[in-house]
Design a protein around this ligand. Sequence first.
Ligand SMILES: [Zn+2]
Length: 144
Amino acid sequence: MFEPSREEVRKFFMEAWQGQRNGRLLSPLEALATEVIQYHPEFHPLLESTSQETLERTWGPEEGGMNPFLHLSLHLALEEQLGIDHPPGISAIFQRLCRTTRDEHEARHRLLDCLGQVLWESQRQGTPPDQERYRQLLQATLST
Ligand SMILES: [Zn+2]
């Protein structure tokens, strides 16, 4: 699995967004990233700042906010999963959530919470992400 550094991830999103604004030809991954960025207007000022501080900044729980770059990364991973329907059934769950929430972004966020949870647990335990647990969490979004 490709594991870019924190700074690389941030640069990737900032450069993709800048490229989109300048009309540069984007790679498929960059195009997907800008799609995700587009429905987060609250992150735009941050992505448009080019200061070194943005590359190094941390977002702790005490700030009550999520790390925008982490959030975008999770979105990107989720879009890839939806694109290939992996884990199997995730696309169908997404479609159902879209119907019940009537809000695609909200539906994405429900799935994102599951992904974030599984990744957080895997990091904490030092084990690979638990696919079975992920499937269960995804399934559970339909009953809440
Ligand atoms: Zn989001």
